[in-house]
Design a protein around this ligand. Structure first.
Ligand code: MN
Length: 260
């Protein structure tokens, strides 16, 4: 099921794609928020072209990021592969939706895209054994873990480098019936392919990340885990567009502007 969070310029609602995701033109509207209530169709349908898609989830408490989770990306940054997951937090205020601009802040001269698979948590959970990780995951979406690379290198903590407003585009859909083990992740900058990896290359897989992170902090419905980026990260400048496509989910596309 591909779940969209959308607006038609009044209230925010949810809907599921009708038919084959690649060819869908309609959403079947559902009642309530699928994070908290079972999916129930209202019977109403809306055309995709008549709605504005929003981030499929606004993380209730946190976005948990994982660094250097692909060996080739760790190597391109001149880093060793970590012995344990390298975890950081992004504030939920960094989240924007499909089509929303990524705003380049004045404090940075080098902002990078990072295409990533995002895990959306569906239940309050703590100390989840890896064998039971699937029970606490509601689904998956696409993320861009936008990073001010110069500030990341300069600051001991990554709160700024990863935390500016608009530095966490999510979308276009939350997909509930997806095996995350081996999905193609492709990033395009102005149409040119700059990242092309597979989630099977992750050092720590999704169940391992859920287990590791939940051994430290309680995860809430709507919390999001970013699972790391494949090799090929690079800069974005004003006027460009970044598209991240993950097999089975769809394409997240965002223009780049300068923050004013
Ligand atoms: Mn990342």
């Amino acid at each position: 099921m591909h779940i969209a969070r959308f607006t038609t310029d009044d209230d925010i609602r949810f809907g599921v794609l009708v038919g084959e995701p690649d060819r869908a033109t309609e959403l079947a509207v559902i009642s309530g928020d699928p994070l908290y209530t079972p999916v129930r169709l209202t019977g109403e349908r809306v055309l995709l072209e008549d709605v504005r898609l929003l981030a499929p989830v606004i993380p209730r408490s946190k976005v948990v990021g994982v660094g250097r989770n692909y060996a080739a990306h760790a190597a391109e940054m001149g880093n060793e592969v970590p012995a344990e997951p390298l975890v950081f937090l992004k504030p939920n205020t960094s989240v924007v939706g499909p089509g929303d601009p990524i705003q380049l802040p004045a404090q940075s001269a080098e902002v990078h895209y990072e295409g990533e698979l995002a895990v959306v948590i569906g239940r309050v959970c703590r100390d989840v054994p890896r064998e039971r990780a699937g029970e606490v995951v509601l689904g998956y979406t696409v993320a861009n873990d936008v990073t001010a690379r110069d500030l990341q290198k300069k600051d001991g903590q990554w709160w700024r480098a990863k935390g500016f407003d608009t530095f966490c585009p999510l979308g276009p859909y939350l997909v509930t019936d997806l095996d995350p083990a081996d999905l193609r992740v492709v990033t395009r900058r102005d149409g040119e392919v700059v990242q092309d990896g597979r989630t099977s290359s992750m050092i720590f897989d999704v169940p391992g990340l859920v287990a590791y992170i939940s051994s430290v902090m309680t995860l809430l419905p709507g919390d999001v885990i970013l699972t790391g980026t494949p090799e090929g990260v690079g800069p974005i400048v004003e006027g460009q567009r970044v598209e991240i496509e993950i097999e089975g989910i769809g394409t997240l596309s965002n223009p780049v502007v300068r923050r004013r």
